[in-house]
Design a protein around this ligand. Structure first.
Ligand SMILES: O=C1O[C@H](COP(=O)(O)O)[C@@H](O)[C@H](O)[C@H]1O
Length: 223
């Protein structure tokens, strides 16, 4: 893993938008389409605000989440709703959203359908991940019921329930995240920096982010 420190979070979010846009443009030189997987949660909104207005051929870009909370888009915690509000607007409105949620009581009900939508995109071009202070990334949570499958299995998508997550989740597996052509993690604040440094010496079953650190660029700024 390589860590880049920024003087402030605003600058980091702008720079990350540039980095993601450049990687997508580069992919589109040699491929018909490019894919971008992004986190939900509270951190990435300002990156989306910068990225959505970038001049690139968004009609050839597939956008998806690294993980989703099993909630309808009308819910405040829906990561898809965040994407629609802050990334899939302006020029980026031309991108195609690959859903990680469909209307059904549980993620297991829709896993095959959602995995079929994801399959043509693999390997992903660019992945941006977030991380919680508990060292979860995507929805690979410590103590989650399907963590072993998500860390060691071949499935692209895994349904997940975890003590640290208030609702069921669906997540890209470590196999999919690690196969991506480029991988970045964005974190803000001293607590997450300390957690990340701790995680790099731990087993992924205790610190799931450790499963995706190889060849990953971590971007960090003070809160
Ligand atoms: O629940 C989630 O949490 C992580 C971290 O979120 P943050 O609010 O601490 O930035 C996020 O990366 C993930 O995509 C999301 O579903």
């Amino acid at each position: 893993m390589k860590l880049i420190e920024y003087p402030d979070a605003e600058m980091m979010m702008m720079r990350l938008a540039d980095i993601l846009a450049s990687a997508l443009k580069q992919t589109l030189v040699t491929h018909d389409r490019a894919s971008l997987a992004v986190p939900g949660g509270t951190t990435p909104g300002p990156i989306f605000d910068n990225l959505c207005s970038v001049d690139l051929d968004w009609a050839r870009v597939d956008v998806l989440l690294t993980d989703e909370r099993w909630l309808p888009e009308s819910a405040a915690r829906s990561n898809t709703a965040l994407l629609r509000r802050r990334l899939l607007v302006d020029r980026a409105a031309a991108a195609r959203l690959i859903p990680l949620y469909a209307d059904a009581p549980a993620p297991e009900d829709k896993l095959p359908e959602l995995a079929a939508g994801l399959a043509p995109l693999l390997p992903l071009s660019v992945v941006l991940l977030g991380m919680g202070a508990d060292m979860h990334t995507a929805s690979l949570f410590p103590g989650a019921d399907q963590l072993e499958l998500a860390l060691t299995g071949d499935d692209s998508l895994v349904a997940m329930r975890a003590p640290g997550a208030p609702e069921p989740r669906i997540t890209l597996s470590a196999a999919v995240l690690n196969a991506a052509m480029a991988r970045h993690i964005v974190i803000v604040g001293a607590e997450k920096r300390a957690a990340l440094e701790r995680a790099s010496g731990l087993d992924p079953f205790d610190a799931p982010v450790a499963a995706v650190l190889k060849d990953t660029i971590v971007h960090w700024a003070e809160a």
